[in-house]
Design a protein around this ligand. Structure first.
Ligand SMILES: [Zn+2]
Length: 233
């Protein structure tokens, strides 16, 4: 998935596939990004920990040992990237202040407010107005594949209203709908412009083949990861 028609031309972004190799490997990561993002930029690649910390990148410096689930910057030639499998990559672009963000959207981080924190930090650091923000939601686990424990409805309760949207009961099993959780939170913080790839990392097969397209933790039970990235040219 290299989505070129949602964000303007000055934004390079995408999500790796199985054919690009496992992206927890730094060598694969560098080669993959270099192929797409020709400029010799700084590759920012923190370790997602299902928390709510947002990391601003300034002065083209970043320690990749840092843990965090969201990265933001206004610097050209800085490539924000994070490896994941089944969690949703959420890409942000503020066309007014020329700022970008990348968020690791897993259920724990979502419930801790990683989306809201990202938008708040973009506002604080770059004067971003949420209404201007363009948000793209990449491939992640769909509600048919994401079976959760019986106590999950408590976790997915909407903190902003009485309505619980993120979860559904099917034949005695509970399934979490992370897409709905993401949209709900984007709307609650004032975002209005978004688009989604609609792809599931777990059940999606390739368009032209029957082979699996993305790594999936739920399906494969291993540690292979896809890479989400975004940069300003
Ligand atoms: Zn699925």
């Amino acid at each position: 998935m290299i989505k070129e028609d949602f964000f303007p031309n000055n934004i390079v972004m995408g999500y790796s596939q199985i054919k690009d190799g496992p992206m927890q490997d730094m060598k694969n990561k560098k080669e993959f990004i270099k192929d797409i993002f020709s400029e010799n930029g700084l590759i920012v690649n923190p370790t997602p920990v299902h928390g709510s910390d947002v990391l601003p990148v300034k002065n083209k410096r970043f320690d990749n040992q840092t843990e965090g689930d969201s990265i933001i910057t206004t610097e050209k030639g800085v490539i924000l990237s994070m490896a994941m499998a089944d969690c949703f990559p959420i890409y942000f672009y503020d066309p007014v202040n020329k700022a970008i963000g990348l968020t690791h959207g897993g259920w724990k981080g979502l419930l801790k407010g990683i989306i809201e924190n990202t938008v708040i930090q973009m506002k604080y650091n770059f004067n971003t107005n949420p209404e201007d923000l363009m948000v793209y939601i990449g491939p992640g686990i769909c509600s048919k594949c994401f079976e959760v424990k019986k106590d999950a409805p408590e976790y997915f309760a909407n903190p902003y209203s009485e309505i619980r949207m993120g979860i559904g009961d099917e034949k005695g099993k509970w399934f979490g709908n992370l897409s709905v959780e993401i949209y709900k939170r984007l709307l609650s913080i004032g975002c209005r412009k978004f688009e989604s790839s609609g792809e599931c990392t777990c059940c999606k097969e390739g368009v032209f083949s029957k082979t699996k397209k993305y790594y999936s933790f739920r399906r494969d039970k291993d540690y292979n990861r896809n890479l989400a990235f975004i940069g300003i040219k």
